[in-house]
Ligand binder design. Structure first.
Ligand SMILES: Nc1ncnc2c1ncn2[C@@H]1O[C@H](COP(=O)(O)OP(=O)(O)OP(=O)(O)O)[C@@H](O)[C@H]1O
Ligand SMILES: [Mg+2]
Length: 262
């Protein structure tokens, strides 16, 4: 059984083929990276996987179940979480509350409902306590203690990216999709992010599908890489194989816009 598989996936917007016959497979426990220049179709691929876009053709199999065309909440419930290229958090809520939102799929009584009204010994109260415990574990893992009670809007950019990651982890996914986790970060924040992504793979055993322009990160932590350009596959392989591929060098590194570290 393949853990995750994309087969002959295609999607067009008007006359533009954003993804054209894409196929690949991810093994459980891997960090699998997608690289490619701006507009290559990377985010579109994530949007097809998590149900925001409906592909025109192809299959998306998660643990042998076809998830193509399923709605985002269904896909999340099946164990696939994601972060977004542009941070999507509630600025007027604190970090803890934002991360708790990631738990809502696990809540029998609904988000926060009842927990405060019925007291901590009620079913809802106990459920709330267990969810908070889980969230505290994630806060510890990602070193977010100092941010937990602060409004997200006022926190540094790097911390907001971490909170997005924490919210995705709160869903307890088996597969985590990260769309440019290092974008806009300074060198120190990048180092921390690389460390946490490795930790998530090693300690939590979560499989990771990673989109990232930072070649240092991609080459450092990926098990395998898929390179796209104009919606098509250029090549797939280990970091050593992919970084030598002439078309990757031309199509991707040739377009160096300052974001690439290699
Ligand atoms: N909803 C949409 N409607 C029309 N065109 C779209 C839509 N979503 C994506 N596209 C187009 O599909 C192509 C791929 O876009 P996508 O966002 O997937 O690129 P990307 O590889 O993630 O690029 P970047 O590195 O800049 O984030 C682009 O030409 C984009 O304009
Ligand atoms: Mg993108």
């Amino acid at each position: 059984m393949a853990f995750f598989e994309v087969k002959n996936l295609s999607i067009s917007f008007g006359g533009l083929k954003a993804l054209d016959d894409i196929s690949f497979e991810i093994k459980k426990g891997e960090i699998y990276a997608i690289i490619g220049p701006n507009g290559a179709g990377k985010t579109t691929l994530f949007n097809c996987i998590n149900g925001i876009y409906k592909p025109n053709k192809g299959r998306i199999l998660f643990k042998d179940r076809n998830i193509r065309g399923k709605k985002p909440d269904k896909v999340a419930k099946m164990g696939i979480a994601r972060t977004f290229q542009n941070i999507e958090l509630f600025n007027n809520m604190n970090a803890m509350e934002n991360i708790m939102i990631g738990r809502h799929l696990h809540m029998a009584t609904g988000l926060f409902r009842g927990a405060f009204l019925w007291g901590k010994n009620s079913f809802a109260g106990k459920e709330e306590t267990s969810h908070r415990k889980k969230v505290e574990e994630i806060i510890d893992l990602l070193d977010l203690q100092s941010a937990r009670n602060k409004f997200v809007g006022g926190l540094p950019y790097g911390t907001q990216k971490q909170i997005e990651l924490a919210r995705a982890l709160a869903l307890e996914p088996e597969l985590l999709l990260l769309d440019e986790p290092c974008a806009g970060m300074n060198a120190e924040e990048k180092q921390d992010m690389i460390f946490w992504v490795k930790d998530i793979q090693d300690e939590l055993g979560i499989t990771i599908l990673l989109i990232e322009h930072d070649m240092t990160m991609v080459m450092d932590i990926s098990d395998r890489i898929l390179a796209l350009n104009f919606g098509k596959t250029i090549t797939e392989g280990t970091p050593q194989e992919v970084q030598k591929h002439p078309e990757v060098l031309r199509a991707y590194l040739g377009e160096d816009d300052g974001e690439c570290a290699a």
